[in-house]
Design a protein around this ligand. Structure first.
Ligand code: NDP
Ligand code: CU
Length: 402
C-alpha cells in the first residue's frame, strides 16, 4: 500500500536524478499544462514551436525554440499537436532519429482515419520509437491535480525501452500507468476518451422518452379526463401529484431495464451452450449501459422520495384535512382509530425508506472504487436484499393505497 501510495502521490516522488531535459512540441493547452507539471516534478523542459518568439506565456523555467533546435536537445519528445498538423514532423525527422516520440493525440470522432494517430506518426518518422500515452488525461486535470478517474495513463508502443522511459515519466507525474501492449493497440487507446459519453446517451434518451410518455398519459387520464367528464379543474395536480406518479414508474422501468439484459444474456448463453460467443450488438450495447440505467433509476427514485416527503405540507392536503375535521364536528361524528390502517401506512413508509436506503447502497457499490473493494458474494447479497425490500414495499404500497 505504501508503494502504490507513493507512486500516486506527486509530491512524494523523487525528482529525476540528473534533471533530465524533455522536449514538448506545441505550446497549446496540453503542452503548457504538461510542461508545468514536468517542471514542478523536477524535469527541465524545452518547447518546440512554430513561433518561438510569440507563443504567449509559458510555464516559468521553460525554454522555447524552433522544433529542430528543441528536438536535438532531448531524448524524449512529447508531441502536443493535433494529428491534422503532423506533416511538419517530416521536416524535423532527421533530428528525431532514435528518439522517443510520445503521441498524446485524440480524435473528435471514431473511425476518422484508417490508422491510429500513433501508427501514423510512426510511419512519418520510422527512425523514432513512438509511444502512445497521456491521451486520457486532460490539460485541466493536470493543472488542478488529477482526480482518480484522470490518473490512469494507458501506454502502448513497440519498443520496450521507450515505453519504460515514458512509464517512469508518468509515474513521476503521479499518474498510474497501465500497459496496453504494442502500438497496434493505440487505436483502442485513442477511443477511450470518446467512450465516456455514449454509455449515457441511450439511458438518458430512454429516461426522457419514458418521462414524456407517462407524463402525457397521466395528464390525459387524470387531468384532462376529469376536466372533460366532470368539468373539474384539477390542473394544479400537475406539479406534485402527477410528477410523483411519473418518477416511481420511470424509476422501476429503468431498474428493470438495468437487470433485464443480464438475464437475457444468461438465457442466451444457456441456449447456445457456451459463453465463448459474442452477444448480438444490441444486447452488447445494452449490457454496457446497465450501470447508467441503474444510476438514472436511482435518481428518479430519489425524486420520488422528495416529492413524497413533501405531501403533508401541501396546501391541498392541509385543506382536505381541515375540511374533514370541520365536517366531523358539524355532523357530530367521531372517526375511530383503525390499528390496521396505522400498521399498513407505517410499514409502507418504513419499508419504502429501507428499500430506498438499499437502492442507494446498490448505487454506491456500483461505483468502481467501491465495487473493487467488494467481493462478488458481498455484491450479490446487496442485490438480493434490495430486491426483497422492493417486493415488500410494493406489496404494502398496493395494500395501503385506497
Ligand atoms: N487539451 C487537452 O486536455 C488534451 C489534449 N490532447 C491532445 O493533445 C494535442 C494538443 O491539444 P491542445 O494542446 O489542446 O491543442 P491546442 O490547440 O491548444 O494546441 C495545439 C498546438 O499545436 C501547435 N500547432 C498548431 N498548428 C500547428 C501546425 N500546423 N504545425 C505545427 N504545430 C502546430 C501550436 O503550437 P505552436 O504555436 O507553439 O507551434 C498549438 O499551440 C491534441 O492532439 C489533443 O488531442 C490529449 C489529451 C487532453
Ligand atoms: Cu412509492
Amino acid at each position: 500500500t505504501i508503494l502504490t501510495c507513493m507512486s500516486l502521490c506527486p509530491l512524494g516522488m523523487e525528482p529525476p536524478p540528473e534533471r533530465e531535459l524533455l522536449c514538448i512540441f506545441g505550446t497549446g493547452d496540453l503542452g503548457r499544462s504538461l510542461g508545468q507539471r514536468l517542471l514542478q516534478t523536477g524535469y527541465r523542459v524545452v518547447y518546440g514551436s512554430r513561433r518561438p518568439h510569440s507563443c504567449g506565456p509559458l510555464p516559468p523555467g521553460a525554454q522555447v525554440m524552433s522544433h529542430t533546435e528543441a528536438a536535438q536537445l532531448a531524448a524524449v519528445v512529447i508531441v502536443c499537436v493535433h494529428r491534422e498538423h503532423y506533416d511538419f514532423m517530416e521536416e524535423v525527422a532527421p533530428q528525431l532519429k532514435g528518439k522517443v516520440l510520445v503521441d498524446v493525440s485524440n480524435n473528435s470522432k471514431k473511425g476518422l482515419y484508417p490508422e491510429s494517430n500513433a501508427e501514423f506518426l510512426q510511419s512519418l518518422i520510422p527512425a523514432a520509437s513512438v509511444v502512445k500515452a497521456f491521451n486520457t488525461v486532460s490539460a485541466w486535470s493536470l493543472q488542478n491535480g488529477p482526480s482518480d478517474a484522470h490518473r490512469q495513463v494507458f501506454l502502448c508502443g513497440d519498443k520496450a525501452e521507450a515505453k519504460q522511459k515514458v512509464r517512469e515519466l508518468a509515474t513521476r507525474l503521479g499518474l498510474s500507468v497501465l500497459d496496453r501492449g504494442s502500438l497496434s493497440a493505440a487505436r483502442e487507446v485513442e477511443d477511450f476518451p470518446l467512450q465516456l459519453f455514449p454509455e449515457w446517451r441511450l439511458p438518458l434518451c430512454i429516461a426522457t422518452g419514458l418521462t414524456g410518455f407517462f407524463f402525457f398519459y397521466l395528464l390525459i387520464r387524470d387531468i384532462i379526463y376529469a376536466y372533460v367528464e366532470q368539468d373539474k379543474d384539477i390542473s394544479f395536480r400537475i406539479m406534485v401529484s402527477l410528477a410523483n406518479k411519473v418518477f416511481p414508474i420511470v424509476s422501476l422501468i429503468m431498474l428493470s431495464l438495468c437487470y433485464l439484459p443480464g438475464v437475457m444474456a444468461a438465457i442466451l448463453q444457456l441456449y447456445r451452450g457456451t459463453k465463448y460467443r459474442r452477444f448480438p450488438d444490441w444486447l452488447d450495447h445494452w449490457m454496457l449501459c446497465r450501470k447508467q440505467l441503474g444510476l438514472l433509476a436511482l435518481g428518479f427514485a430519489f425524486l420520488h422520495v422528495l416529492y413524497t416527503l413533501l405531501i403533508p405540507i401541501r396546501y391541498y392536503v392541509r385543506y382536505k384535512i381541515r375540511e374533514y375535521t370541520v365536517l366531523q364536528i358539524r355532523e357530530n361524528k367521531t372517526e375511530v382509530f383503525d390499528t390496521t390502517t396505522a400498521w399498513y401506512t407505517d410499514s409502507y413508509f418504513s419499508v419504502g425508506i429501507l428499500g430506498f436506503a438499499l437502492y442507494i447502497l446498490l448505487g454506491i457499490t456500483s461505483l468502481p472504487s467501491v465495487s473493487n473493494a467488494l467481493s462478488w458474494r458481498e455484491f450479490k447479497n446487496v442485490m438480493c436484499l434490495r430486491s426483497l425490500y422492493f417486493s415488500l414495499y410494493y406489496r404494502t404500497a398496493s395494500a395501503s393505497s385506497p
